[in-house]
Design a binder for this molecule. Structure first.
Ligand code: NAD
Ligand code: TYD
Length: 348
């Protein structure tokens, strides 16, 4: 029996991973360790919170002693590490928070696992969830491959790149059994509305301006969050130790094209005249150091583990909009409090 510690399980991607693991690994125990920062929300897991193989632990990965206690008390055998500060704009305002959680927090977890597993790693795995942003920014063509040189350019991506290096260093130096995946931009239910897609959906609902950075020509490769969770489960179960897998949707959109799609789909859903929401689009000052384009080549994952995205983008966007429209109280809860001051400062 495995005792699987998932960190950051109350966040956007983590909550989908926790749900999938609880429902898939029914004979194993899933521990969700999360500090419940502004981005963590146990409402995301209401449907599985009483499952017999699930337990929540509120803890901060910056607290080494607490991690040591958790590993010992719960006899942790496997880690799936998602806990992170995850928003580029916040990393520009407060870079050190990203060093503390993403770099030091990851190093704390690695060290705790190494010490607790006592260098006998036969039944253990440390799975680190990372981002394609570590590879930097592409021009108009080309893709990120698993062996693309790291070139992080924001405090967020620099902190994730650093955490990836620590994970590989523990593998090479101590033999810790690790696997890393680097995924493109996710979207879907439970996405915190500081990120592009949920922010735009929320603002369209409330007839608020839709802030597009720069000229809106930056390109992202979007993947439905449940497909990311499926990929993580596949790599957790069958990935080769020490390896890296890229995950992506082959689904590139410039920000302005994507927001136009959202506007038109929302107009249809909200019975507004076509074109009404597009009038809310407002070009604002560009993000500092704004990466131009991300695009993932996920051939290795397809060839080795047979993973492919299950949803087309049009379907995924429809499902996402439907989810936000039927979960208005979720949206209201997360946009009260801290969000209001964040939004006012960010978009003043
Ligand atoms: P999120 O911000 O929605 O959730 C992060 C979670 O981590 C929250 O529940 C938060 O409470 C928790 N957390 C933050 N600091 C913590 C700490 N010090 N100790 C314990 N818990 C803490 O993030 P997300 O978008 O779900 O991303 C999850 C992971 O996936 C991150 O590692 C991120 O780098 C990676 N990733 C995200 C994307 C994306 O598009 N969102 C794409 C690729 C990779
Ligand atoms: P985001 O969702 O923050 O993800 P990331 O920066 O990690 O890719 O942003 C996606 C893209 O949308 C990025 O090019 C920045 C842009 N963007 C805007 O134009 N306006 C906004 O209000 C936000 C939050 C993002």
């Amino acid at each position: 029996m495995k005792n699987i510690l998932i960190t950051g399980g109350a966040g956007f991607i983590g909550s989908h991973v926790v749900r999938l693991f609880v429902n898939t690994f029914t004979k194993d125990k899933i521990y969700n360790l999360d500090a419940l920062t502004y981005a963590g929300n146990l409402e995301n897991l209401k449907d599985i919170e009483n499952s017999p193989n699930y337990e929540f632990i509120q803890a901060d990965i910056q607290d080494l002693a607490l991690l040591q206690t958790v590993f010992k008390e719960k006899n942790i055998t496997h880690v799936v590490h998602l806990a992170a500060e995850s928003h580029v704009d916040r990393s520009i305002t407060d870079p050190l928070a990203f060093v503390k959680t993403n770099v030091i927090g990851t190093a704390n977890l690695l060290q705790t696992a190494k010490e607790y597993w006592k260098d006998d790693f036969s039944d253990n795995l440390f799975y680190h969830v990372s981002t394609d942003e570590v590879y930097g920014s592409l021009g108009d063509t080309g893709f990120f491959y698993e062996d693309t040189a790291y070139d992080p350019r924001s405090p967020y991506s620099a902190s994730k790149a650093s955490s990836d290096h620590f994970v590989r260093a523990y593998h090479h130096t101590y033999g810790l059994p690790i696997v890393i995946s680097n995924c493109s931009n996710n979207y879907g239910p439970n996405h915190f509305p500081e990120k592009l897609i949920p922010l735009m959906i929320n603002n369209i609902i409330h007839n608020k301006p839709l802030p597009i950075y720069g000229e809106g020509l930056n390109v992202r490769d979007w993947l439905y969050v449940i497909d990311h969770a499926r990929a993580i489960e596949r790599i957790f179960s069958g990935g080769k130790l020490g390896e890296t897998y890229n995950i992506g949707g082959h689904n590139e959109w410039s920000n302005i094209d994507l927001v136009n799609v959202l506007c038109d789909a929302m107009d249809a859903k909200l019975n507004r005249t076509q074109g009404e929401s597009r009038k809310l689009i407002t070009y604002v000052k560009d993000r500092a150091g704004h990466d131009l384009r991300y695009a993932i080549d996920a051939t290795k994952l397809k060839d080795e583990l047979g993973w492919e995205p299950s949803l087309q983008f049009e379907e995924g966007i429809k499902k996402t909009i439907d989810w936000y429209l039927s979960n208005k109280s979720w949206l209201e809860n997360v946009t009260s409090g801290e969000y209001t001051s964040y939004y006012t400062n960010m978009y003043k």
